[in-house]
Design a protein around this ligand. Sequence first.
Ligand SMILES: N[C@@H](CCC(=O)N[C@@H](CS)C(=O)NCC(=O)O)C(=O)O
Length: 231
Amino acid sequence: MAIKLYDLAGAEDDHRFSPYCWRVKMALAHKGIAFETLPWRFTEKDRIAASGQGSVPVMEDNDRSLHDSWEIANYLDETYQDGPALFPNEEAKAATLFLKFWTERVLHPLLMRLILTDVHDGLHEKDKDYFRTSREKMLGTSLEAVCEDRETHLETLGKGLAPLRATLDAQPFLGGSSPSFADYIVFGAFQWARCSSATEVLVKDDSVKAWRQRLLEMHDGMAANAKRPAA
Ligand SMILES: N[C@@H](CCC(=O)N[C@@H](CS)C(=O)NCC(=O)O)C(=O)O
């Protein structure tokens, strides 16, 4: 039985933009594991209640239910040892943990300031109130206020990408000569932006943009073919 992945969807079933779910979809494709995705909305907590929490990705592999993108990546490497590794070794995994937290605590907030209102606008009607209320409570301000002054936020993102740019100036992937889960973690953030907003967040033709393009085209263009909002 193919692996099933609950994947956050917007108004349309095939609009998929969750950064954490993109990590896992890229990881499954990397390992050559067949999977099917099930569209899931924020307000459908009952459908993933068996996982004991309320966030996606949730992955079902036969009778096993897993959640959390990091835990899922670890499980995939441990369980499917024939396919290429997501973490080439324990040392690489340890260093990837830093990239995970940099992505979640630095990169996601930088991107959020550019896309949050677009994320909201692309949601299913039944999710919009939940999203606005939960995010505005967390942020202490309105979605619109977070996204004010786009030019400044674009400039701040450009500067914030300096370590990523320097790394990708020196090597084609964060994993070195080929991608690893480190690449998919960071790529998931840019795919979140790309699939949520029609506006480009990578405005310079630099090594980051070229790297994103390589990943978009990988795995038969799985990410390149993902639905985006119309410009
Ligand atoms: N630590 C989790 C985070 C997953 C996460 O935050 N997922 C979001 C979708 S992008 C979610 O399902 N949020 C549920 C909610 O906000 O109610 C992972 O890495 O998988």
